[in-house]
Design a protein around this ligand. Sequence first.
Ligand code: SF4
Length: 279
Amino acid sequence: MILPNDFVFTQANLQDYVDCPYRFYLRYVLRTRWPALVVDQALDFEQRGQAGGRFHRLVQQYLLGVSAERIEVLAEEDPWPELRAWWAGFLTHVPPWLVGQRWVEMPLTATLVGQRLLAKYDLLLVEEQGNLTIFDWKTSEKPLSKARLLERIQTRLYRLVVLQASPMLLNHQSAAPEQISMHYWYATHPQTPIYLIYSQADFDRDREYLAHLVETVANAEVEDFLRTADLARCRFCVYRSHCERGVEAGSLEEFDRLELELDDPDRLIDFDDLPEIEF
Ligand code: SF4
């Protein structure tokens, strides 16, 4: 076991482990920084990611009470032209769904097989009847299918953590899995959010999967962090020259075609480094 005792598992580090155990080792154990481009159109790719981060920030400010008119001005001034359409789509479709108590950018923790899990929610909505809805904003070009979303670590982790943390949100009452749903809202497809309803069977399946996964990672020794056999992943990995798996990055088109996702703004942007928006 080489991870520190206080290591916290998140969707980002678990997804890294699932994609490539060696990438997890480089990033979270050795903390290796390797300055390679993720895709060959780096500027375009980075700008898209950064625009996604700014969009999350605008939605966060709106949900915390800043007026839509003020946000509109910021969206209009944004250097990424699509952001205006994302904001317009959000404002038209999302607010009517938000009936209940809002928890914005809410971090929750849970414990599983003795390991700490952390999930940070774009928005958690607590309805009067005790239903809990997780909203996650996405700015990727193409929505993932429901089947792909159900397999994602984010979906599995976020629903499990909110279920375990539900007494904190529901006056010490535990939610039933059926009271929890996760809504992925894609800014590029604003009218058609993807709803994932939770169930006891989902919870049992995800709990078993995540328990096995975090135990495996927590107990791994150096030699267990193997390089992925899926070379397509290496083309979009910053460590590919370190691993001698090619020098050239994959293309943005291929990144989209393979349905890879890198729109977690926390991975791309340190919010503490962003200037505060003045109102
Ligand atoms: S280049 Fe490939 S093998 Fe190396 S860390 Fe990245 S995904 Fe893993």
